[in-house]
Design a binder for this molecule. Structure first.
Ligand SMILES: Cc1cc2nc3c(=O)[nH]c(=O)nc-3n(C[C@H](O)[C@H](O)[C@H](O)COP(=O)(O)O)c2cc1C
Length: 389
């Protein structure tokens, strides 16, 4: 089974990602992993922290001579900011007077619930792990999954379709979304310049007022054959697994597959994708459109898989909401620590990683194989089998 875990505090020495269950023989491109990490750092509305960090994955194990060897992959991402925190957040007991308390919990953050749960006098340790700095480790793990998927002809990419009230104003294509990933400058990762300018204006407005803004990203999986995931057991459905994977990202509060949200207010004949037999994909079966977002009955149907994540606005506000002091229980403003004001493009990149890891896991389950060659053989055999339909 393909699995991954992460460890690390936001201001600790480093982040750690481990990935196990990767077949042997997948070519690992360091440059590709680091570019994925760079993409997560970008976007208009990021805070000062991203100017301090320059993320890079240091691979410790599971890769030799440029290829995976089937054993667990361990990666370390150093936090440049650690040099400023070694005395504030030491592993050893250290000097308690140097502790930097998060003295009043931020509404919308994990601070209050986490402190109560773990019996902490303030929210410092909760912030350290709830912070989406953790998502950098997910992106490193996701890059490994992407390299495996790529070897099977499957690509994963994202773009931004809403920031605040500004929405992408036109339909888009896979080629446009794929081209976005190659750009060397990232504003809001939107395919349409005019819509992107409106999105930027939304960010500028909250920068002026000391507020924050959310939005919606869309992740697309291209080149996935029909038959990945299953209707047979609730916990193996691809839609359910993707929902959990994307929802687990910090600040994501809703996940949509295809036209999931507007489908609820439409009639069936407007929603479902009529079937034809003039296709040129994995089979000759074709679809009029892709409102299902590439998944029916928890199984991929051969169309692009389309997953949207809805992000709430960041909860650390420069003009903080009311809170209560952990020490005195008196009303005070919520704590403020250097923060992002808009993270929709970055969250999209982290969601690509989660989607890639989920799809790669299901591909490994379906096609098996301890080596890439074995997996490719099984994959090609299956593709040949369904082509005959
Ligand atoms: C890429 C990314 C960056 C984020 N940066 C911040 C930030 O700078 N400040 C902040 O308060 N929250 C930030 N968040 C959101 C918080 O981590 C998140 O709201 C918090 O952990 C509580 O979790 P929840 O919103 O899922 O309930 C970020 C989220 C993402 C995806």
């Amino acid at each position: 089974m393909l699995r991954f875990t992460t460890a690390g505090e936001s201001h600790g020495e480093s982040l750690v990602a481990t990935v196990s269950g990767m077949p042997a023989g997948v070519t690992v491109e360091q440059e590709f992993i680091d570019r994925e990490l760079w993409r997560r750092q970008k976007g208009y509305g990021r805070g000062g922290r991203m100017r301090i960090e320059r993320d890079a994955a240091h691979i410790l194990s599971g890769v030799r001579h440029g290829k995976t060897i089937g054993s667990p992959i361990a990666m370390v991402l150093a936090n440049n900011d650690w040099k400023n925190w070694t005395e504030i957040l030491p592993v050893e007991a250290g000097d308690a007077t140097k502790h930097k308390a998060v003295a009043s919990p931020r509404p919308g953050h994990a601070d209050l619930a986490g402190s109560l749960k773990y019996d902490f006098p303030d929210a410092r340790y909760v912030l350290e792990r709830a912070s989406a700095r953790e998502s950098a480790a997910r992106v490193a793990a996701g890059a490994m999954a992407k390299l495996l998927l790529r070897a099977l002809g499957v690509e994963v990419a994202s773009h931004v379709i809403r920031v605040g009230k500004a929405e992408l104003q036109r339909p888009t294509t896979w080629d446009e979304i794929a081209a976005l990933q190659l750009k060397d400058e990232v504003l809001l990762n939107c395919v349409d310049a005019e819509s992107e300018a409106a999105m930027k204006a939304e960010v500028d407005a909250v920068l002026r007022t000391g507020d924050t803004v959310g939005g919606v990203f869309e992740v697309v999986v291209h080149g996935l054959p029909p038959g990945v995931g299953t209707h047979a057991n609730w916990d193996e459905r691809m839609d359910g697994l993707l929902a959990q994977a994307v929802m687990s990202l910090q600040a994501v509060k809703a996940v949509e597959i295809g036209r999931g949200v507007t489908a609820a207010e439409s009639v069936g004949s407007e929603v479902h994708d009529a079937i034809g037999y003039d296709g040129e994909g994995f089979t000759k079966f074709s679809r009029e459109h892709n409102n299902a977002g590439g998944i029916e009955g928890g199984i991929s149907n051969g169309e692009d898989v389309v997953v949207r994540g809805y992000l709430k606005p960041i909860s650390t506000l420069r003009r903080p909401l009311g809170s209560v002091s952990f020490e005195t229980r008196e009303p005070v403003k919520a704590a403020y620590e250097r923060s992002d004001v808009c993270v929709v493009p970055a969250a999209g990149v982290a969601a690509e990683a989660m989607v890639a890891l989920t799809v790669a896991r299901l591909m490994v389950e379906k096609f098996g194989g301890d080596s890439l060659r074995e997996m490719q053989r099984n994959f090609n055999g299956y593709c040949e089998q369904i082509r005959a339909y």
